[in-house]
Design a protein around this ligand. Structure first.
Ligand SMILES: Cc1cc2nc3c(=O)[nH]c(=O)nc-3n(C[C@H](O)[C@H](O)[C@H](O)COP(=O)(O)O)c2cc1C
Length: 405
């Protein structure tokens, strides 16, 4: 029987998220104090030992990422990814609204580890109220002295999905058009204004205060062994409890949907769930006993991604849903690389044809072939992931395509 485990959201609605004093009263800023008492290597080793992996989608080990930053560089930056453009995802907004000081503390811990004095939070353009909240939270933290000489500024996006990709985000902060860069060099070596830069997700940063305050072993002991800790999942679609939950990473998808989520809305039957946002795979009933951790999701050909859980009931037309998703990707492709610019256009074109009942089985083969090319050849994760909803539904819901054909 799955239950929530509130670590990041433990004091939700009990403290004012803007107030550093409130946060200190519930044990806040103890992690940063501990971090400052450690040397750089010991601090990074502690984060590595905790097993904390990125919560923004790629699941990279946070301590490992920090260790790539060259120590001798004169200027380094800490960047927080609050772009949260993935449809169905709103966990980072919730973290800010309930526990903004933990995010600031986490960024300052990272700043201590890489000896950076400057952080930036890149906030989704559709969250103007979060920008205000964060500015007030930063003011309060600075006034209380908690952040020491670490400064944080908030920058606002303008609604482009691709600006969540870390290098496009960096371009955007620099004032350029938001397009991904070629990697390598990775931001840890050459990032914002060519200086070494750590980019982490809001949830990743917000995990850090407790890791430092309670120790790496404590964190490593929660949830799944290879992706420890908690995860905030956001439930949308045909689900009774369309809300968010913080759960240990070893709960199963079935628990999230049927125990916490209350099951499919209006007593209807389950058809599919798309996990990780619009770029995630559609998962059928037989895979629901999979744990939501990064590796377990990977083992069924899906991805945990941002932790969005989008449920479809038995009445939903999968081909129609996927056609709409293909329009989203065509619209959001930045156009920098050919496989994505042309590929998202063709995927949408073929999906519309199939959805309108004018498709052939050759179209399905073409969709699968194009999927392979895009996954291998697109410059960034947008073009690489755009075909995943199509590929996964042709695999698991082939009969729905054939019925339209
Ligand atoms: C098209 C695209 C959109 C992305 N959007 C986000 C986002 O909104 N938030 C986020 O944290 N990561 C996003 N990412 C992943 C980032 O590039 C990066 O991996 C992440 O911010 C690193 O933080 P983490 O290691 O803490 O997860 C996106 C990636 C791609 C390709």
């Amino acid at each position: 029987m799955a239950e929530e485990l509130r670590v990041l959201l433990q004091y939700a609605d009990q403290i004012n998220p803007e107030s550093a004093d409130d946060y200190v009263k519930v044990g806040g800023y103890k992690g940063l104090e501990k971090a400052r008492s450690m040397d750089r290597k010991a601090l990074i080793d502690e984060v590595k030992k905790s097993g904390l992996r990125g919560r923004g989608g790629a699941g990279f080990n946070a301590g490992m990422k920090w260790s790539f930053v060259p120590q001798d560089a004169p200027i380094k930056y800490v960047v927080c990814n609050l772009d949260e453009g993935e449809p169905g995802t709103y966990k980072d907004r919730i973290i800010c609204e309930k526990n903004a000081q933990a995010l600031l503390e986490g960024m300052a811990i990272c700043g201590t580890a890489i000896s950076s004095k400057q952080g930036y939070i890149y906030c989704r353009g559709e969250y103007p109220f979060v920008v205000e909240l964060l500015k007030n939270a930063i003011k309060s933290a600075k006034a209380s002295g908690a952040l020491g000489d670490f400064d944080i500024e908030v920058r606002m996006g303008a609604g482009a999905y691709v600006c969540g990709e870390e290098t496009a985000l960096i371009e955007s902060i620099e004032g350029h058009r938001g397009e991904p860069r070629f990697k390598p060099p990775f931001p840890g070596v050459e990032g914002l204004w060519a200086a070494p830069t750590v980019v982490n997700n809001v949830e990743t940063f917000a995990c850090l205060p407790n890791i430092l305050a309670n120790g790496a072993e404590w964190f490593a002991g929660i949830g799944a062994t290879r992706y420890p800790g908690t995860k905030i999942v956001t439930l949308t679609g045909d689900i009774e409890n369309a809300t968010y939950f913080e759960v240990p990473t070893n709960v199963t998808l079935r628990d999230v949907i049927f125990t916490l989520g209350g099951g499919v809305k209006n007593g209807k039957k389950f058809k599919a769930v798309q996990v990780g946002g619009t770029s995630g795979a559609f998962i059928p009933e037989q895979n629901l006993d999979t744990q939501i951790d990064f590796d377990s999701m990977g083992s069924i050909g899906a991805a945990l991604g941002s932790g969005a859980v989008f449920v479809l009931d038995e009445t939903r037309d999968i081909v129609d849903v996927v056609t709409r998703i293909s329009k989203f990707f065509e619209h959001e492709s930045c156009g920098k690389c050919n496989p994505c610019r042309e590929g998202t256009f063709r995927l949408r074109e073929i999906m519309e044809k199939v959805n309108a009942g004018r498709g052939t089985t050759q179209d399905m083969d073409n969709l699968l072939l194009l999927s392979k090319v895009m996954q291998k050849a697109a410059l960034c994760g947008l073009g690489q992931a755009a075909p995943i909803p199509i590929e996964s539904t042709i695999k698991h819901f082939r009969y729905e395509y054939l019925r339209k054909i």
